[in-house]
Design a protein around this ligand. Sequence first.
Ligand SMILES: [Ca+2]
Ligand SMILES: [Ca+2]
Ligand SMILES: [Ca+2]
Ligand SMILES: [Ca+2]
Length: 309
Amino acid sequence: MYLLSEVQGSDPGTYTVSLEVSGPGGTDTETKTNYITVTTQIQYNLTVNTEGSGSVTLDPAGGTYNAGTEVELTPVPDTGWAFNGWSGDLSGYSNPATTIMDTDKTITATFDVDGDDDGISDAEENGGPNNGDGNSDTIQDSDQEYVATFHTQDGTNYVTLESAAGTTLAGCSAVSTPSANGAPSDVTFSYDFFNFTINGVGVGNGTALILYLPAGANINTYWKYGPTPTNANPHWYEFMYESSTQTGAEINGNKITLHFIDGQRGDDDITADGIIIDQGGPGTDSSISGGLPDNGSGGGCFVRAAYGR
Ligand SMILES: [Ca+2]
Ligand SMILES: [Ca+2]
Ligand SMILES: [Ca+2]
Ligand SMILES: [Ca+2]
């Protein structure tokens, strides 16, 4: 009787094998190092389907990948349409999304009509809280180009962005929390991150945007990952309100007011061009003492926000 050790791994390479023989006279084991060379790479196929009008860009391109390859999928809606979720072997609303090729996969991207061009489809906005009026102004958010209601990245919650009247939102999406070095270890980003662009701000002007989280949200900080006027390399920084720059987040329960000045801290294009570009996320910092803010009556972070530093 003999046993050949199983060759593990999917990558081509040279492997060590052990041979064990046992019988009435005893047992003997022989191990040979670098004895067998495997030359065939295991590969899997990624099939992408679409519903509605749009396409999906794959990085790396191709559709056939070595086992273990991480593939980024970016939905590209046609004009007048917006991405509205993944199905099949991927779920949620992340844009872009990633998947690891550990088997053959079939993934479907759904696109629906986006009548107000904010990057969120009518169907998704109309499915939001308060019958599709997340900012409670009695107008459907799908008809408001400065209001966008959409799913969080994992698909479990809805959020609403409301920029100032006269501005327009574009490119709104929910994305994964950046995993880059320097992430704050005490902060949990339960809603992951959001991307948005505010157009029509006026060159060099200030503006504010309200982020409505689900009722009962317990958050006490807002962080960003990107460049700032004093450090052009993307980096993590806390974006709470500072009286010195008049930029940053004020938190009042589930309502976060983000103060921006075109070209200043918080504007990811760090250019005075009439456009604010943001990627950031609300979080819960377990190292902040004094409890979480709930109704603006107290709590560590709201006091910081209200009175500056
Ligand atoms: Ca829309
Ligand atoms: Ca509304
Ligand atoms: Ca809208
Ligand atoms: Ca700008």
